[in-house]
Design a protein. Sequence first.
Lengths: 397, 340
Amino acid sequence: MTRADKATDPDAAREAMLDPDAHYVSAEPYDPAADVQALERSDLDASTAALIWRRFRRRRLAVISGIYLLAIYLALPFVDFLAPYDPAQRNPDAIFAPPQAVEFFKDGHLAVTYPMRSEIDMNTFQPVFTPDLDDPRPVRFLARCGPVYTLLGLVETNMRLFCPPEGADLHLLGADRLGRDIHSRIMHGARLSLTVGLIGVVISFAIGMTLGGLAGYFGGWTDAAVQRSIEIIRSLPELPIWLALSAAIPANWGPVSVFFMISVILGLLDWPGLARAVRSKFLSLREEDYVRAAELMGAPTRRIIMSHMMPNFMSHLVASATLSIPSMILGETALSLLGLGLRPPAVSWGLMLNDALDLTAVEIYPWLLAPMVPVMMVVLAFNFLGDGLRDALDPYS
Amino acid sequence: MLEYVLRRLWHMVWTLLLVSVLIFWVVNLPPGDYLSNQIAQLRASGEASSIAKAEFLMRQYGLDQPLWKQYLIWMGFWPGPNGFSGILQGDLGWSFELDAPVADIVGEALWMTISLNLFAILFVYLVALPLGTVAAVKANSAIDYIATFIGYIGLATPNFLLALILYHKGAHWLGLPVGGLVSKELADAPLTFEKIRDIATHMIVPIIVIGTSGMAAMVRRLRANLLDELAKPYVVTAYAKGLRPAAAIVKYPLRMALNPFVADIGNMLPSLVSGSVLVSLVMGLQTIGPILLGALRSQDYFLSGFILLFISALTLVGMLISDLLLAALDPRIRFSGRNA
């Protein structure tokens, strides 16, 4: 379009008046308010939960970690069904058997494995395991094998997700010094190793909330006393104190009480971080207008704390708690590893690693270190999840 | 400054005192103690002379007194019944299990512990400082990703696994010694140059193992702090004025980012020390770690109590030093406490 055309065309003339520089302007109907605010309006109206979820979803690593953790925690009650062996089942033919290969979709079976033949090497007097590749055997799925267990405390059955083939073993991750299946033991060990952190966190949460809340709300000498104890406990090296405390557990206690005491011990030294967070949150929230308003309307302290202040810092605390679970899982591992944590009839990752303390054993049978893999994965997953939560839980920042 | 140092010292003495009460209570938690167990055992077998000796030891160290009095005697605030003067006057007590004075048993192990932790801290500083700086200055480069990767390894790998791997690889590739801190031949030799070199090669793996998780945390923190500083206008100004890049980073932003870095050494110490105990136990290093485990198992509480107290004191002194360093570095800290 040239200037001469514009002068004659009435439309173009009006356009030129509106926009003397002759920019392109779309003819579509245009509402500036709707266009600019469309996204923000819905953001403003969204509930906090929706905002948090929206932000959390963007952290892919955190979401994957969350799903992974959820899956393994949900699987804990069904471990008996999922694992092919009983954790205490000994197999004298498979002492220190190496991990066994499995092939999928072969010979019309879903999975086949090859039986291990052991021979004594007359030079080293060690049994040498070789898979018999001419004798593929189908792994039995949804079959009955091994001792009877009680599923969810309701049904007595010996049905398992998959079973070793007839006349052969199925040690996916090898076997330990008593010929127990490491794969099954890792799955069973997850029960104690994963719950120890949860119970520990509940305890540290209870102590931390109470003391931190008291310190933050009342201030004065309560605050000073709590601050002092936080400082003292934070300056103590954890492991030696854990060792000393677990050495105090009487030797004649049953596995369940020992497990519970270990969780308590792990929680006892962990609360200062939480207490400090609660205290600082209390101090800042106490100055908020809505707390002042509730006070003026005569709400009792209990109500102010429970229904006005708590929702505001709970999310923050959940994130901190998530971040302190991994240190407890590692703590349990360390204690059991050193022989002062859980005791042998129980199965936990730390106890399994106790066997791997022997350097020469690890050199010859590296699969004894297998429990390390779930430990690292769970610790990393909790860290990613906690980081993601911490970022997401503050949607107004 | 002097006032700050004194206040900080006073603070530490109080903390140590409370910690000693706590530790005494913890080591006395298990029912019974080594001596009374032994006396009961000896009664059963009926050896009069040994019983007499055990009972003598019990009286000597005031173990027949009420618990609070035992504490005061142990610490040396209260004169012991038969000339036992307590920790404050240099008498660390008697190890009943090993039948020797505590001081003789822990002697060399104390120095090993101190030097191991000292070198671990040095390692953390020496590696984290350049690595964190480079990771921040060259953010999102290969070095940055390597630093992040090391960070995750340090976060999730339990010390003992790292130790196993490093020992294995170190022995294979570099011929580093496996386990222990001194070769057997040199264990009882006097401290010569030869022995120092031997100890140094033995320490390489433990130092890396103990330091890694702390170092990883440091790198992450330093990187984050330095990134914040680098985005500030004064850095742009420095560049605009034509300062060389190295000077523009080291002189101002790095110094600002260094404060939390130094403060964190104090927070990191407890976990560092506890890591060193674990690694010593797993790797059989001749520090006080293995002695502590043995003493706790047999309820030999003079020994375990002293070791726990020593470890806590080590941590507290380390924190004191890091606080003083921080105050020297940053005048705001020195003066902030004055009005509070």
